[in-house]
Design a protein around this ligand. Structure first.
Ligand code: NDP
Length: 292
């Protein structure tokens, strides 16, 4: 049976560590990192994410600034709020919750965020930095996935990794991170021929396709490490729902060496990495090193 990679416990340790460092910054430099989260409209899932981000930001001892705008807010008004946050010295991280309503151009909004406050790591400059292997802000979900992999496996150099999915938010940055760790990386997607066969070659499988339980146990090389990024809500026979990943957990955990569960794997690491990025940028914007 595979070892369970416990993202809940890992993220709790990471958040404790961040809170301790925030305490040092406050005491020694009178600096409180601040994260601004902007929500446009009333998408229920987005509301849950924003609430949970705000709560965990405060728990880490940081300032949380929530900006909730009506669904019909114009792009001009949203851009002017971002401009204001870009120029606010108390704000070190700005996150615009996606998706945005259809009349707003997401790319223009993301690229209007100051590169040094783009704690989601979606700004083109941060995307470019990651793709050339330079220092920059790394998107939270791939960063959390990489932290779990390195914590479990140590040096990833020379390993064969497959990333299932090529989105800009998860798949592509994950592949760039693994390449930076000197893995041999395959990026698979909906047009990949023989997905199962490609998967079976990999020492590391990162599944981010948004297809409930698509990856079966017999796709996994014995002993491989499996990171399941997927979060899918499916209906049970009794009409209630439950969360499952992109990997069929029961069959995969029979074969894998280690696996992340859903829930309790990558999910909790994502917000912890958002706090990590905010702390880093608060230090950087103030010319300080991150406390030890
Ligand atoms: P997207 O829908 O943007 O991308 C999905 C990718 O999977 C695409 O590249 C697509 O290929 C590929 N794909 C879809 N179906 C198949 C298939 N049958 N075979 C092979 N490849 C396929 O999703 P995201 O990257 O945004 O998210 C992926 C999953 O991760 C979702 O379940 C999402 O909920 C979850 N997620 C979890 C987070 C967390 O915090 N844990 C954060 C973000 C996402 P193609 O490009 O060819 O269409």
């Amino acid at each position: 049976m595979a070892t369970l990679i416990d993202g809940k416990a890992f993220s709790a340790r990471l958040r404790d560590e961040i809170a301790r460092k925030v305490g040092v910054l406050k005491q020694e430099h009178s600096l409180t990192p601040g994260l601004a989260v902007v929500l446009v409209g009333e998408d229920p899932a987005s509301q849950v994410y924003v609430r949970s981000k705000g709560k965990q930001t405060l728990e880490a001892g940081m300032n949380s600034y929530e900006h909730k705008l009506d669904a019909d807010t114009s792009q001009t008004d949203l851009l002017s709020l971002i401009d204001q946050l870009n120029n606010d010295p108390d704000v070190h991280g700005i996150l615009v919750q996606l998706p945005l309503p259809g009349h707003i151009d997401e790319e223009s909004v993301i690229n209007s965020i100051s590169v040094d406050k783009d704690v989601d790591g979606f700004h083109l400059s941060n995307v470019g930095r990651l793709s050339i292997g330079a220092e920059g802000i790394v998107p939270c979900t791939p960063l959390g996935s990489l932290m779990m992999l390195k914590n479990h496996l140590g040096d990833l150099s020379g390993m064969k990794a497959i990333v299932l999915g090529r989105s800009n938010i998860v798949g592509k940055p994950m592949a760039s991170l693994l390449l930076k760790e000197s893995c041999t990386v395959t990026i698979a997607h909906s047009r990949t021929r023989d997905l199962a066969g490609e998967c079976r070659l990999a020492d590391i499988v990162v599944a981010a396709v948004g297809r409930p339980e698509m990856v079966k146990g017999d796709w996994i090389k014995p002993g491989a490490t499996v990171i399941d990024v997927g979060i899918n809500r499916i209906e049970k026979e009794d009409g209630t729902t439950r969360l499952v990943g992109d990997v069929e957990f029961d069959s995969a955990s029979e074969v894998a060496g280690a696996i992340t569960p859903v829930p309790g794997g990558v999910g909790p690491m994502t917000i912890a990495c958002l706090l990590h990025n905010t702390l880093q940028q608060a230090c950087r914007l103030n010319g300080l090193d991150v406390p030890e």
